[in-house]
Design a protein around this ligand. Structure first.
Ligand code: GUN
Length: 246
């Protein structure tokens, strides 16, 4: 779903994109060779490897193989290091999309308590870093929660801004939410549903109907953070183009 949307959004915005679909049983070496040739191809400004990868391939090795100047996902350790230090870099697309959304809706962040649930390299960890950074959509006090956080409910109740990125459908319920909080739902899980046309529905990490009654702002799923992720990705790709040829 993601890949198809990325290709389509590239077409709509006038980016030239190439989808390389390797068989699932491809070796790690084949993937690394493919990345090498894309690194060396001067016609290409941005590379992203859609995750997750099959178990026999090291995600770490693959991400490190991408030229950091073409790493439009912002996952390369040197780009994450730059992000932590507040240096110019590619901000990972989902956190970037969330910052754009906070900016667009003029959500105040300075001095607020942001709670992030989930510590993934793709969303939770960079999101918590950005929200605590000295940037316009930052300057929050941030609590990063994860599967070993014992008093999660009590911590969530203290959040002015709650980012749910744990991958458990409808995990966040109204009893966990401070009235007036801003709720950002990063979850996208397919849940089987015989009444749905495709046999499944996409569910977020937040129980939208009940939480929207107490929140001051909330993102829907689908149609929320997912769309902004692609906007973040395209902005990074445009930046890579400008860096390389501008
Ligand atoms: N899988 C889930 N989210 C992402 C993302 O933002 N980028 C890539 N490459 N893979 C993902």
């Amino acid at each position: 779903t993601y890949v198809a949307s990325k290709v389509k959004n590239c077409e709509e915005t006038g980016f030239e994109s190439t989808l390389i679909r390797l068989p699932e049983d491809s070796t790690e070496a084949t993937l690394l060779d493919t990345i090498q040739s894309l690194n060396q191809n001067q016609d290409i400004d941005g590379i992203l490897v859609q995750l997750p990868l099959p178990k026999h391939i090291s995600e770490e090795k693959v991400i490190e193989a991408i030229d950091p100047r073409k790493d439009v996902d912002g996952f390369h350790p040197s780009n994450i290091g730059r992000l932590v230090q507040g240096l110019p870099t590619f901000i990972p697309a989902t956190p970037y999309g969330i910052l754009l959304m906070l900016e667009h809706f003029n959500i105040p962040t300075k001095g607020k308590h942001a709670v992030v649930i989930g510590r993934s390299n793709i969303v939770g960890r960079p999101m918590s870093t950005l929200l605590s950074s000295n940037i316009p959509q930052g300057n929050c006090t941030v609590t990063l929660c994860h599967s070993h956080t014992p008093n999660l409910k009590e911590i969530c109740q203290q959040a002015d801004i709650l980012v749910a990125a744990l991958g458990k459908p409808e995990f966040v319920t109204p009893d966990m939410v401070k009235p007036g909080a801003v709720i950002i739902d990063v979850g996208i899980t397919r849940v089987a549903d015989a009444t749905a046309k495709k046999g499944f529905r996409i569910k977020g990490d937040v129980h939208y109907d009940s939480v929207s009654a107490v929140a001051s702002a909330i993102t829907p799923v689908p149609g929320g953070v997912g769309l902004m992720t692609i906007a973040g990705l395209l902005k990074n790709t445009l930046q890579a183009y400008l860096n390389n040829r501008g």
